[in-house]
Design a protein around this ligand. Structure first.
Ligand SMILES: Nc1ncnc2c1ncn2[C@@H]1O[C@H](COP(=O)(O)OP(=O)(O)OP(=O)(O)O)[C@@H](O)[C@H]1O
Ligand code: SF4
Ligand SMILES: [Mg+2]
Length: 378
């Protein structure tokens, strides 16, 4: 076939995919537009009432003209009340899409939660976020669950002063605070996140602040409502090392002050070791290992986790070259039907060409998805 014939064929294929995508996403979008959804439809039960959040078999896909991007492909994890759970994995493994799914902020119509449950232990009774109507989600977002993003500049409005932006957040989320008291509350929030000249910063524009200060402002804003769950997506990646340490210290301190739970998303294992009670390792849209920080760091079982830990630089240890896991993450549009890590794995055994391994319990709190442990059981 000549080049033009190939191009023509590819365009035809894309048109077919686009047509089929339109039909699929219409079904989801129609469901979202439903008004007056009865509470009974989204009420649920927590499997463990001590958890604030339980994600069960979550699938979030993007229906693009190039094919279906399976960004989150069967994620199951839980966040116990008052604990910090770190979600780690290489770039593109689906960490941010998981967090956006929790907030129901996945951008439609192409992005859709196609399957699974996100059980949230609301003070008024547990709900399944996947089935919860957007009107209810607006009450939850920012009030009960808040999010801190990687790049504060994208979340702060450059043309408004810091003070007025936090004032506005307080007015939206805390109707119990009188208008005359709002500024006082804003200054209190700025002081809470360790900003010394709070009155001065109140009058500043975002561009007048350093990156670390802006991230503190973002954290102050996300804490206005005393959230029960904070999702921090790479909160320190854009900051230099000393500021990183200060922001982490701040998050840790705040967690005890306001007794919140934290879902900390990062690819920095150093941050995880310092902050997390539990660690969840994600690879190509799936969870490959999870457990307490001690389980995962001191006793990693999945070859991918072992590779991640090996590739982390260690202070006072001289190496010629830092280890990096060979190969690449599989294309999320064309995922294999065997273990997604197989092409990069140095521990591969015969059955690895078979079914995709399921997450199985290997210790009290330790789970892993790898055929090496099927063998042990046999
Ligand atoms: N709007 C979108 N349309 C199509 N694909 C998307 C979209 N958003 C994310 N994806 C794809 O979903 C996959 C997961 O992306 P995600 O942003 O969750 O990765 P991540 O783990 O947060 O990576 P990073 O560490 O780089 O932030 C990637 O393959 C990405 O290309
Ligand atoms: S299932 Fe096999 S290929 Fe996959 S991580 Fe385990 S040993 Fe490696
Ligand atoms: Mg991300």
């Amino acid at each position: 076939m000549g080049d033009r014939a190939v191009q023509k064929e590819a365009k035809k294929r894309m048109r077919e995919i686009a047509k089929s995508n339109r039909a699929i996403v219409k079904k989801f979008e129609d469901e979202k537009k439903r008004k007056h959804v009865p509470k009974l439809e989204y009420q649920t039960e927590m499997h463990n009432p001590n958890n604030i959040l339980e994600i069960d078999n979550l699938h979030t896909y993007f229906y693009t003209d190039m094919g279906t991007v399976k960004s989150v492909n069967g994620v199951t994890l839980e966040i116990p009340q008052g604990k910090t759970v770190a979600l780690v994995g290489e770039s593109g493994c689906g960490k941010s899409v998981t967090s956006l799914s929790i907030m129901k902020l996945v951008r439609g119509p192409s992005g859709q939660i196609t399957n699974g449950q996100i059980r949230y232990n609301r003070p008024t009774g547990p709900i399944d976020i996947v089935k919860t109507p957007i009107s209810q989600m607006q009450d939850i977002r920012g009030n009960e669950i808040s999010m801190i993003f990687q790049e504060p500049m994208t979340s702060l409005n450059p043309v408004f002063r810091i003070g007025s932006q936090i004032d506005e957040a307080i007015m939206i989320h805390r109707p119990d605070i009188k208008k005359s008291e709002v500024k006082k509350q804003t200054i209190k929030m700025l002081e809470l996140v360790g900003i010394a000249r709070a009155e001065g910063i109140y009058k500043s524009f975002p561009h007048e602040l350093s990156g670390g200060m802006r991230q503190r402002v973002m954290i102050a804003m996300s804490l206005c409502c005393n959230p029960r769950l904070i999702i921090a997506d790479e909160p320190t990646t854009a900051l230099d090392v000393t500021i990183q340490a200060q922001v982490l210290e701040l998050l840790r301190d705040l967690k005890t002050k306001i007794d919140a739970s934290i879902l900390l998303i990062t690819h920095d294992l150093g941050v995880v070791a310092e902050m997390a009670d539990f660690v969840v390792v994600m690879y190509a849209g799936k969870i490959v290992e999870q457990g307490t920080a001690i389980d995962v760091f001191l006793n990693p079982q999945h070859p991918y986790t072992m590779g991640l830990i090996k590739s982390k630089p260690v202070v006072n240890q001289e190496v010629d070259r830092l280890y990096s896991i060979p190969g690449q993450v599989p294309n999320p549009v064309h995922l294999p039907n065997h273990c997604f890590f197989k092409d990069r794995c140095d521990k591969c055994i015969e059955c690895c060409s078979g079914d995709i391994p399921e997450l199985r319990q290997i210790g009290q709190s330790h789970k892993v998805a790898c055929h090496l442990y099927d063998e042990e059981e046999a």
